[in-house]
Ligand binder design. Structure first.
Ligand code: 3H9
Length: 698
């Protein structure tokens, strides 16, 4: 027998420890180990009961995801049969759960006859986040324990609920402080003595109501329709839970298996698995090893209390880090602090935060009008207007104010970190931390390393990203870094499509239907069209060329149509937020085509998607070649978390692999021929296409 399952005897009870570090993924060896141990328990008359626990950090994080798509994941014994084997055991089986019981880990526990969890445990079925459904009985057993409504909520959200909530909902029987083994052994003894075993699949009461009213499933599907738009798995989860309520037990299990098998090989599941691993991969930086010292961040400073500075300040307070925010104008400081308080109050009003929580966060925030107030801060994030001279001046001043060793970060979204760092005598401590708006909500931090940024500075800021509950991606210096640089060609082509025959609403709809939360024009209206206007002016001044340029965006700005904040931009916003087509903009678009002598044509949605996204991917290839992004997965995470690229498509570079690098390259060659050098395929794209390789092969 392998050591994937460690076996010990506690009196007459056989204790199995799942032992597959780091998360006890239920790979083939573990499944085989459990089956064999149960055989052993059943064959041994001296054994009266079994306890299953996890060795190491947790009970189990579920199926070994890295096995998916390989023959091992389907090899016998598969997880559903192991779960049935546990449930049908003649001797009681008790789960002693600590850390996490997720996915197949929880399904294993749900098959046991009793579940004890320690207070700090989190338990749930997060398969939906991987584009699949629970496939080892989770959709059939959980509703039998919690009732259908709670099960639908848990399974379609993937929530890992704390033990106390799990007990309240009925899928944990007992919660104890500390190690749950002792209580599990006691329960096993009790069950062995009583001889009565409660088999989850035999419980009927909790699903009876839904059986009588199958309409609940359609209603639930409607309630998640907006949030789950485009994703297959949440709706498949509902179908599987419905099977629990409407079919006899074995048929329900068979239905679940069928749906699981249909999804596990889908491109959505592959994309979401990629996103899962990519999210973890971005934390690994080859030249900044894991043991690089990380500085303690006990206090923070923020310069600028506008929209970005205010949001960044909230991030520190949310993480429990005292933060001083500096504005040189006292009125602007007051306004900024008021906005922060208003934002927190809105969360309290929605019932998502308690008043005490808000108060304690506000007490962590101190306002100041003098940079000298930052002399003790361990990290200082500058978040002022995007103007190089201003930033240089601030960093020069910070150099004399900040304590030695403090991290000096800039929230620039595109300016050269090396130039900013050169304004100080300590470029090794200078780094970019590009937050996305709204900074207290968006999860991405594009952390930008300058030429001289020290490994310790990088390690500290990557660690800080985690502490702020963000995903940090390390990138290099170039205009726009990874995200905004790739956004450039995407927006550019959206503009050209208008000149050629499309209208803003059509472009936006095609991109929305692809899966983005909004199209490029609605996005610009939200961010403020004046932002892009300023950037275009700077870029054209710095890099004049005679390449094609669409001036529709400039014409819109000249009319003061800056977007939602001015009641109109690319679209009209009569009620402040809902876009409706603008007759004025359509007139400008049509007039521009006429002026340029372009005969407007019908443009398909497919062309819109390809014209906007393939140049974006092409730019991604350049970003990789230049070493601005370390790996394709870094780009994918930037786009998933910073720009709303649909997770079920895995990010732009994974998407390119999905449709085929050669397909993207061939199309770019066509575009190059039709539209000129702005569409020239990147050498890396060409190289991969010609070698029949994927970005994932890099
Ligand atoms: C399933 O169960 C299907 C069944 O219903 C049906 C089957 C028939 N497999 O996240 P961390 C790796 S689907 C393989 O940093 P934490 C992870 O990549 C599964 N590897 O730790 C990382 O590797 P590395 C449903 C896994 O403490 C390392 O472990 N379950 C798996 O921050 C540490 O992970 C889930 O969706 C896995 N299942 O968080 C749960 N899980 O060190 C997925 C993790 O090389 N897991 N790894 O980068 C999680 O959500 C988190 O890992 C967890 C711990 C919350 C458990």
């Amino acid at each position: 027998m392998s050591d994937a399952v460690l076996i010990e005897r506690h009196g007459s009870i056989l204790v199995l420890s799942l032992n597959n570090p780091p998360v006890n993924g239920l790979g083939l060896a573990l499944r085989t180990g459990i089956s064999e141990a149960l055989d052993q328990a059943e064959a041994d008359d001296a054994v009266t009961a079994v306890v299953i626990k996890g060795a190491g950090r947790m009970f189990s994080a579920g199926a070994d995801i890295s096995e998916f798509g390989t023959p091992r994941s389907l090899a016998d014994p598969n997880l559903p049969s192991v779960c049935l084997r546990i449930e049908n055991s003649k001797k009681p089986v008790v789960a002693a759960i600590h850390g996490v019981a997720a996915g197949g880990g929880l399904e294993t526990a749900l098959s046991c006859h009793y579940r004890v969890a320690s207070t700090k445990t989190r338990l749930g079925l997060p398969e939906v986040t991987l584009g699949i459904i629970p496939g080892a009985g989770g959709t059939q057993r959980l509703p039998r324990l919690t009732g259908v409504e709670a099960a639908l909520k848990l399974i379609t959200s993937g929530e890992l609920a704390p033990a106390a909530k799990a007990q309240k909902l009925g899928y944990v029987d007992e919660v104890v402080e500390g190690d749950p083994l002792e209580a599990a052994l006691a329960a096993a003894e009790r069950l062995a003595a009583s001889g009565a075993l409660r088999r989850t699949m035999e419980i009927e009461e909790k699903i009876a109501e839904a059986r009588a009213n199958p309409g609940v499933f359609d209603e639930f599907a409607k309630s998640i329709a907006k949030k789950a738009r485009g994703f297959d798995a949440p709706f498949a989860c509902i179908e599987a839970v419905k099977a629990a309520a409407t079919l006899p037990g074995p048929e329900g299990l068979a239905k679940e298996r069928e749906i699981f098998k249909g999804l596990v090989g889908s491109s959505q599941a592959a994309s979401q698995r990629h996103a899962f691993f990519a999210e973890r991969e971005v934390a690994k930086i080859p030249d900044v090893p894991k043991d690089t010292p990380v500085k303690e961040i006990a206090t923070a400073g923020v310069i600028g209390c506008g929209t970005m500075g205010g949001g960044i300040t909230m991030n520190f307070a949310n993480a429990g880090i005292p933060v001083t925010v500096v504005e040189n104008d006292p009125a602007a400081l007051d306004r900024g602090l008021e906005t922060i308080a208003k934002n927190y109050q809105a969360t309290v009003d929605k019932g998502r935060m308690t008043q005490e929580d808000m108060d304690s966060r506000m007490t962590l925030i101190t306002g100041a009008t003098d940079m000298a107030a930052l002399s003790e801060a361990d990290v200082i994030v500058e978040a002022v207007f995007e103007e190089m001279d201003l930033k240089k001046q601030i960093f020069g001043a910070l150099d004399s104010v900040a304590k030695p060793g403090a991290i000096l970060a800039t929230n620039t979204s595109m300016l050269d970190i090396n130039v900013i760092a050169a304004a100080t005598s300590r470029p090794e401590s200078v780094i970019g931390t590009h937050f996305f708006s709204p900074a207290n909500v968006m999860k991405l931090m594009e952390n930008v390393r300058g030429e001289k940024t020290a490994p310790e500075t990088i390690a500290t800021v990557m660690d800080l990203s985690k502490k702020l509950k963000k995903v940090g991606v390390l990138v290099g210096v170039c205009d726009g870094f990874v995200g905004n640089r790739m956004l450039g060609p995407y927006l550019r082509e959206a503009g050209f499509l208008l000149e050629e025959g499309a209208l803003p609403a059509q472009v936006d709809k095609a991109i929305y239907d692809f899966g983005f939360p909004m199209g490029p024009f609605a996005m610009m209206d939200l961010a403020g069209n004046d932002v892009g206007w300023r950037i275009r002016k700077r870029q054209r001044a710095e890099n004049p060329n005679n390449l094609r340029y669409s001036d529709i965006a400039d014409q819109i700005c000249e009319l003061g149509r800056f977007g939602q904040k001015t009641g109109g931009g690319w679209h009209d916003y009569d009620d402040g937020r809902t876009p409706t087509p603008s007759a004025k903009v359509e007139e400008i678009v049509v007039e521009t085509s006429k002026r340029l002598g372009i005969e407007r044509r019908k443009i398909s949605d497919q062309e819109i998607v390809e014209r906007c996204l393939y140049p974006l991917i092409n730019e991604g290839a350049k970003v990789l070649e230049e070493g601005i992004a370390m790996r394709p997965c870094d780009i994918d995470i930037v786009w998933l978390f910073g720009y709303g690229f649909p997770r079920y498509r895995g990010g732009p570079m994974f998407y390119a692999d999905t449709v085929g690098v050669k397909t993207v390259y061939d199309k770019m060659c066509e575009f190059h021929e039709q539209h000129g050098d702005l569409m020239k395929p990147a050498p890396l794209l060409e190289k991969l296409a010609k070698a029949d390789k994927r970005f994932a092969d890099l």
